[in-house]
Design a protein. Sequence first.
Length: 262
Amino acid sequence: MTRYALITGASSGIGLAMAEALARRGRDLILVARQRDRLESIAIELTQRFGVEVLFRACDLGEPLRLSGFLLELEEGERQIDLLVNCAGIGTCGPFLGQDWMTEQDLIEVNILALTRICHAVGNSMALQGGGQILNVASTAAFKPGPWMSTYHASKAYVLHFSEALRVELKKCAIKVSVLCPGPTRTGFFARAQMHEQHLTHDKHLMSPEEVALYAVRALDKNTAIIIPGRRNRWLAALPRLGSRWLVRTLAGRTNKAYCPR
């Protein structure tokens, strides 16, 4: 039976780069994102370039009923998933009380609830089939509180801790769990979060999605628990443990506020 890698958030950024990196290795794929037309063109391109089977499903993971339908489709289908890559994510920037609540709720639905629910459904399938591998995408933001991006930082902290816990729990099921914590990356994230992106996008230290994906797939081969691409990002992830909590949240707040809408 053919086995597939399931990738959420596969229409752009790190999710798209992961799809290409895995297709290059000959992996058959199931791609999930909101934009059907975009997914279809990606599926055609990857199939033509690498000769792999690429299936796709347009699904807004922030809508529980649509997510339920997608997971039911997976459960009733005959395709086995031996690699799950949860890349879908949303960011917001600005004072928490000034945010539109529906946008904040969408962030929580996608970054936390959908990711957790997909891990539960696919994880159970992997356990029945004798094993598999899960990669959840967090961020270096997971290592510190983030005033003016409070919900985003908190959601990524959840992904980090949840993934580390699953790694211990699911080892007995032969399911390997890793968490990817990239630093700021040249994607459309800044624009979607309505951040002032001029300085960020021209930062020479920013990695490309392709660099992050290549680092991630190599780390998956080694079953690395916490994957942090880039030496600078590893330092940024470690620094919060060295300073006081007051200093960490104060500096993070100043940095985030500088990029938020006025």
